[in-house]
Design a protein. Sequence first.
Lengths: 252, 293, 354
Amino acid sequence: MAMLEVKNLAISFGGLRAVSGFEITIEKGQLYGLIGPNGAGKTTAFNLLTGVYKPDEGSIVLDGVNITGKRTIDICKAGIARTFQNIRLFSDMSVLDNVKVGLHNSNEYSTFTGILRLPKYFKTEKAMNEEAMELLKVFGLEEFAAYNASNLPYGQQRKLEIARALATKPKLLLLDEPAAGMNPNETKELMDTIKFVRDHFDMTILLIEHDMKLVSGICEKLTVLNFGEVLCQGDTSEVLNNPEVIKAYLGE
Amino acid sequence: MSFLSYLANGISLGSVYALIALGYSMVYGIAKMLNFAHGDVIMIGGYVVFVGVSNMGVHPLLAILISMVVCTILGVTIERVAYKPLRGASPLAVLITAIGVSYLLQNIALLIFGSDTKAFTNVVTLPNLSLFDGKLVISSVTIVTIVVSIVIMIGLTLFVNKTKAGRAMTAVSEDKGAAQLMGINVNGTIALTFAIGSSLAAVAGVLLCSAYPSLTPYTGSMPGIKAFVAAVFGGIGSIPGAFIGGILLGVIENLSKAYISSQLSDAIVFSVLIIVLLVKPTGILGKNIQEKV
Amino acid sequence: MKKLRKETKNNLITYGIVILTYIIVQILVATGNMSSLMQGLLVPFCTYVIVAISLNLTVGVLGELSLGHAGFMCVGAFSSALFSLAVKDSFTVAPLRFLCAILIGALSAALIGFLVGIPVLRLRGDYLAIVTLAFGEIIKNIINAIYLGIDGNGIHISLKDAMSLGLSEDGRMLIKGAQGITGTPHDSNFTIGVVLVLVTLFIVLNFMDSRSGRAVMSIRDNRIAAESVGIDVTRYKLIAFTISAALAGVAGVLYAHNLSTLNAQPKNFGYNMSILILVFVVLGGIGSMRGSMIAAVLLTLLPEVLRFMADYRMLIYAIVLIVMMLFNWSPDAINMRKRLMAKIFPKKSQKEEA
C-alpha cells in the first residue's frame, strides 16, 4: 500500500483554478520531488495536503487513512509534517523550545501539572529535553540549543525547521524549497542531510525544489506541475528528459 | 412622532460620531495606529470656540475657523513630536504614547480651564424646524450637524479619490515603502492626514458641544472611544464605512436610551459592535485580507 | 541544560525581589518610617502588580492586545464582595472566608474570560483589542445597573431599580445599582496581597515554562507554523486568556476587600483602567513579569511622589510617560543609546557584537 495516495485534487480561488486534477502516489520510503515553474501551484498543493486549504474535490489518503478536508492539526496528528517556503520558526523561542513544541503531542501532561510542577512535569520535561537534543544533534544544532531561533544563520534555520517537523513523528515529510537561498556548498550539505533523514528515520519525503542539481541528485521520482495541472510524472531521469517538461521550463 | 424625533437626534449624534470616526479611520489607515488622543483634540476644539465666543465675543463662525486652525496645528505637532519618532517601532509603543498624549491634553485643559463644567453656548442660531403642526420639532443644531457631516463626507471622498494628494494618501496607506519609491512624500502625506483629521475633530467638537452643552476636560474621551468603535464598526480605513458606522452607532444609542434602558445603552451599543465583528470580522465595509502561507 | 538553570535562576530573583520588598516595607512600618498615606497604598500596589502580570500573560505570552482587563477585575471584585457581604455574619473566620472569596472571584472572572474568549480570540490584532474594550465596558455597564437583594424567598435580581426587586421586609439589599456594594468586610491586607502576588507569579512563570506555555508562545510567534506541528490554536489561546482573566479577578478580589464601598466607575473598572494596566505592561517590558511588577509600583507611586507639584503632577506624569516611551522605543533613541554605550563601555559592546 502506498504511503500517500492523492486522487483528482482540485481547488479554485474566486474562479481561478489554482490546482486541478492533481494526482500523486508515493510509496513508503520514497524521496519524491514536486517541480514546476513559478506559480504552477506547488505550494498550493502542499497547503491542500496539510489542510491549510480545503480541497473543492478529490481525496487524500495517508497510509490507508482518508484525511481529506481535515484540520491542519488533525492532519499533523495523522502523520504529515511540513516546512515552509518562507521560514516560519518560533522566532522568540529558543532552538530547543522550537523542537519541544514539535514534541507537544507525543509528550503530554496537563496545564495544571505544569503550573503545580507535579512529578510528571519533571519526568516528561526530561524525556522531551533528551529527545529534542537527539534531534538537534542529527542536524548539528546541539550547540545552539539555547540560542533564540531568529539568531541562527539562514541555513541552520532551514535545518531547525526540518528538525521541528520531524519532532512530530510524521510518516510523510513535506519540504517546501529547502534549498532556497542556499549557496552550492550548503545545498550539497542539505542533500546529504535529506538523504540521511530518509535512511535514519525511515521517512517518506515529498519536496518542492527549483534547484535541479538537488532534484536530480536525490529524488527518485518526480511530478511536474504546470498551470495547476500535472504535466508529467515518473522516474527522475525520464521526466527531466521529457520534451514537454523542458518546454514548460524554457518556453518554446 | 416621538420615534421620529429620537431618530433625528440619533442621526445627529451619529453625524458627530461619524466626523470623529473619519479622523480616526484616516489616521488608522495611513499610520496603522489607534490615535487615542483624537478624542481630546475634539475637547480642545470645543474649548477654543468656548473661549472665542463666550469670553472674547468673537463671531461663532470665526471662532470655529480659529478652532479648526488651532486643532490642525495641534494635530500636526502631536504627530511630529510624539508619533513620528516612533515610526517603525512596535504598534503597542505608539498606542501607549498616544495614551500619554491624551493624558497630557486633558491635564493641560484641566490646568487652564479647571475641572468645572463650562456651559457651552449653542453656536447655531437658526430657528428650529417644526413639522406636522408642531408635533415634531427638530432642533436646528440637529439639522446643521447632519448637513455639515454629509457635506464633509462627500468632500473628503472626492478629495481622496480625485486629487493627487488624496491618491497619495491611499498609496501610503497601502504600502509606505512602495509609495516612497514612487516619489510620494510619505512624511508630508501623513502630516496632511493628521491635519485633516484634526480639523474635522474641531468641527465635531463644536457640533458635539452645541448639542450637549457641557464642556469639561474629559468631554472628548467617551465620544472619542465611541467614534473609534464606529470606525471599526464600518470597517476601519474606509471613509463611507466610518460615516455609516457613526450614524448607526448614534441611532442605536439614542433608540436604546429611549426604548430599552438609559443605563444600559452603552452596553447595547457595544454588544451590537461585537455581533457585527463576529459576523464580519473587518466591519461592514472593511476589506478582508487573507494571510499568505 | 544550562539555559533551564538560567531561567529558574531568573524566576528565583523575581520571587526574591517581592519577598525583599515585603521585608523592607515591614521594617519601615514597624520603625514608623512610613507615612499613613504610603501605608494606604500598599494593598493597591499588590492589586496593580497582580493585574499587570495577568495582562502581561495576554499581551506578552499570548501576543494579543486586551483593552478589557479592568472588566475581569470588576467581575472578580463584585462576585467576591457579594459573597463576603452575604456570609459576613454567618462565616466569621476571616482568613477562610477571604480564601473562599478569592476562589469565587477567580472562578467567576475565569468563567467570564472563557465566555468572552470564545468569540473574541477568533479576531486578530486591533479588532481583538477593540472588542475586548467593548466587553469591558459592557461588564462595567451591566454591573452598574444590577440591583440584587436577598430575603426569605431567595435571591432577587433586577436591572431596573430597587423597587422592582419586591423584597420582603426581612430582605437585605446587597447590590444597589450604581451605588454598588457597601459594607464589604475589610479582609485584605498587605501580607495577603504579597502572598497573592507570589502565587500569581508562581502560576504565570510556571505556565510559561511548561508544555502549555510553549504552545501558547508558539502561537504568538507563528500561528500557521504552530498549527502545522499540531498545536490546537483555539484551545491554547483560550487557556491562556482564561488564566489571565482569573488572575485579573484575583486582583479585583483584593481591591474589593480593601474598600468598604465598591462601585464600578470609569476610573476603577472602565477602559481607562484597562489602558493604565496596559501602560504598566508596555513600560515594564512586554513579556517580562518582573518589569510589569516594577512598572506597576513605580507608576502608581509617581503621582504620589509628585504630590508636592499639586495641580501639575498629572501633567508631569503624562510628559514622563511620553518621554519614556520615546526614549525606550524610538529607533533613533535606541541607536543613540547604543552609540553612547559603545563610547562609555567600549569593551563590553565589542564583546556583544562578536
